[in-house]
Design a protein around this ligand. Structure first.
Ligand code: ZN
Ligand code: ZN
Ligand code: FE
Length: 745
């Protein structure tokens, strides 16, 4: 058979994932001669092969792909004959657009884990063991291409043994940028809370940290994308102390457990949930706790009054060493000052000196901060609540090519940003709420990082249409710097739906249901119960909740009782003051009079159509929650009350695209049993979606923060199994930036 020369061009996540040695080994096995090299746009293979051996090469590439690699396109071209004597990995300098991806940070692989606990291995007990198939990536990168000199590993000179592995194409550590060992790599250190170093050997540091934890101390531990605050999850006193010091009275903490067997002791899990927990992304997975009113297999202060628990498994060798020695579950929460970004260095961590007792530190710099990701499974679908470590900055492929480079600035809560070029979007990791100077700085740093790493020059700047959002201010600053920028403002809920459409590569018209907290509406009101018929060109608001007043404006977002009171005034006017119910009881008589006047005159009472706020009202009316101590609390408490055995729903008004929720409230007031009222309320929302969906012969797309509610989402998916939700981006405002990229300016 005749030998030809072929060029195979592969794009996708093919750099920094062991792709070239993989090709080298394949070619050697198939007795093919040629070369493989990194190119700025992917990987280039040139081989001498027959038509048959070419096919088996391509098949093997697809079948045996390294664990972290993904292929977007593979193009084979027959080129002018060029005869090779052997197969080589060559390095080339190629100019071009940087569309090569940065792999996200992933968990330690099985092989490294085995070596970590093998006393005969030279990296036995080494807290930074890694290879081509695992470990840190995004969090240590300054710039592309992904080479050691462009990462925070550049400060560590490889020893001879490491260098040999690094340069041997047949070694698992060939070109694994972050490798090191006891002799040459990063090391641990231990400090007390005023920065005094504790003297100990490397192995002893972990031992000491474990002793502190067993004594109920709180530690800050440096991880992949930032520090964690950790304490013994079985120790009531320790967990309570952490709550007091962090001023976080009740928001649930995530818990890290050593392995899946221990996870099973704490929570009930489906097969899919176990898969998520053990996946290479190692997210925090929200699960049904095995705890009940008789007790929990962990401190009741971990997640007060909740039957759900967020669990995750150790994802670095350091966490593994720590958890294995500790042998009990560990509360592990991002170390950050309230409303500030995650601490990534000692300097930023100092602000938490009053919270931790000791710091287990190391000297590998975190370049790009990255929180833990949070996911859950609902009706066999993956729902990402926070997309960060493990997932970001993996790219998302669009169903079409963008004409211009787009920088999307996201919303204001759970902020993320995105850059879009050609048919790709890179969504940043979770940045957080932009309510402080520190978080806004971090947000701007993230914009600069994405622009730098991807050598990205925006032409279009997209932002939320809210006039006071940070994204809007930043967009205006861009415009001032350069008037050539095309600025587009995108309505919040339209962006929510577009995000799902982009992820799912939908191209036709859809009926989008955006159930949300708040977002700025085109009429200046606060939307959030929206039915939008839309495509990439525009949208029509075909239905929405009737407006109600948010007494006290922004305050109403934290105080469900204000929303409920407003609805009671809508129903009964001044007579509401004489009602006997939990909402009325939550106010003093003078407050009630003041708010009645505010309601009557519309003083500091913006109009809203938000389902998120309706949830709040229900929580107040049923006496479940009057004032929230953290965002989303009311919805979580209502989830807890849902009783699957309750049937039926409340009727609501629906006329000319306006949904009247007052009949629901009226009926709920008559309900004697809280669980019945809450359960019927959930069914009512499903009924609402169904009623309106029946009028439109269009695919149904669900998005918005309210769909983080697993009871509601589960019920909708049960009733309407082909409803479309996002699986790769969050339904909350973390998914907005993707939607902003894809609108036509
Ligand atoms: Zn590994
Ligand atoms: Zn070494
Ligand atoms: Fe939103």
């Amino acid at each position: 058979m005749e030998l030809y020369t072929y060029n195979i061009h592969i794009e996708g996540t093919v750099q920094g994932v062991g792709f070239r040695p993989f090709i080298y080994q394949l070619a050697t096995r198939l007795n093919l001669c040629g070369t493989v090299s990194n190119a700025t746009q992917g990987v280039e293979i040139v081989i001498n092969a027959t038509a048959v051996t070419l096919q088996s090469m391509i098949q093997s590439i697809k079948d045996e792909l390294p664990p972290l690699a993904t292929i977007d396109s593979l193009i084979v071209t027959k080129i002018d004959s060029k005869i090779f004597k052997d197969f080589q990995i060559i390095s080339t300098e190629e100019e071009g657009k940087r569309t090569v991806r940065i792999p996200p940070d992933v968990s330690i692989c099985n092989e490294c884990e085995t070596e970590l606990f093998d006393p005969s291995n030279r990296r036995y007990g080494y807290p930074f063991i890694t290879c081509t198939h695992c470990g840190v990536r995004y969090s240590i990168i300054y710039d592309l291409p992904y080479d050691r000199k462009n990462t925070s590993m550049k400060f560590f000179q490889m020893c001879k043994a490491c260098e040999e592995e690094y340069t041997n194409p047949l070694d698992r550590r060939y070109h694994a940028q972050p490798i090191g060992c006891h002799d040459c790599g990063p090391t641990l250190s231990l400090f007390d809370n005023v920065g005094v170093a504790l003297v100990a050997t490397q192995e002893n540091m972990i031992e000491k940290a474990v002793q502190f934890l067993l004594k109920g101390k709180i530690l800050a531990v440096k991880g992949v994308g930032g520090y964690h605050l950790v304490c013994d999850a079985t120790n009531d006193e320790a967990v309570q102390k952490m709550r007091e010091r962090k001023k976080r009275p009740s928001k649930p903490y995530a818990v890290m457990v050593a392995n899946i067997e221990l996870a099973r002791e704490l929570a009930v899990m489906s097969e899919q949930e176990e898969e998520l927990l053990t996946s290479k992304e190692r997210p925090i997975v929200l699960l049904d706790s095995k705890g009940n009113h008789e007790g929990y297999p962990y401190s009741k202060f971990v997640a007060p009054n909740m039957t759900r628990i967020g669990l995750f498994l150790p994802y670095t060798p350091l966490h593994l060493l720590l958890l294995n020695k500790l042998n009990r579950p560990l509360v592990a929460t991002s170390a950050n000052v309230t409303d500030e970004p995650i601490c990534i260095n000692r300097e930023s961590l100092e602000k938490l000196q009053g919270v931790y007792d000791y710091v287990l530190d190391h000297n590998r710099e975190i370049v790009n901060g990255c929180d833990d990701s949070v996911v859950m499974a609902v009706k066999d679908q993956q729902v990402i609540l926070r997309r960060s470590r493990g997932y970001a900055p993996a790219s998302i492929k669009l169903p079409f090519k963008l004409e211009k480079n787009v920088l999307a600035l996201g919303a204001n809560q759970k902020s993320t940003i995105a850059i879009g070029f050609e048919d790709q979007v890179i969504l940043s990791p979770h940045i957080g709420d932009l309510d402080s100077i520190g978080s806004v700085e971090y947000y701007k740093k993230n914009i600069a990082t994405l622009e730098r790493i991807y050598n990205f020059k925006p032409q279009v700047i997209a932002h939320d249409s809210h006039p006071n959002y940070e994204s809007t201010k930043v967009a205006q600053q861009f415009k001032i710097q350069n008037s050539k920028f095309i600025i587009k403002d995108v309505q919040h809920h339209y962006a929510h739906i577009l995000g799902v459409m982009a992820e799912k590569q939908l191209t036709g018209k859809v009926l989008g249901v955006a159930f949300d907290g708040t977002g700025y509406g085109d009429d200046g009101n606060l939307w959030g119960g929206e039915f939008l018929v839309c495509d990439y060109e525009g949208y029509e608001r075909v239905a929405h909740l009737n407006y109600f007043k948010l007494l006290g404006g922004a305050k109403a977002i934290k105080e469900p009782k204000r929303v409920a009171l407003s609805l009671l005034f809508d129903l009964y006017g001044e007579d509401a003051l004489a009602l006997q119910n939990p909402t009325i009881k939550a106010f003093s008589p003078s407050e009630l009079k003041t708010y009645f006047i505010a309601w009557q005159k519309g003083l500091n009472a913006p109009l809203s159509s938000s389902v998120g706020r309706l949830f709040d009202a229900v929580a107040s009316l049923t006496g479940v929650c009057q004032v929230m101590s953290f965002e989303g609390e009311s919805g979580m408490m209502l989830e807890e009350l849902y009783d699957a055995s309750v049937k039926g729903h409340y009727t609501f008004g629906y006329e000319e695209g306006k949904i009247d929720v007052l009949p629901i409230v009226k009926k709920m007031l008559l309900e004697a049993d809280t669980a019945v009222a809450v359960s019927k309320f959930f069914h009512t929302l499903v009924e609402m979606i169904e009623t309106i969906h029946q009028q439109y012969d269009l695919p149904l797309v669900l998005s918005g923060g309210v769909f983080q509610n697993r009871v509601l989402l589960g019920l909708v998916l049960e009733k309407i199994p082909d409803a479309i939700i996002s699986n790769a981006i969050p339904p909350n405002d973390g998914g907005i930036a993707l939607g902003q990229v894809v609108t036509l300016p």
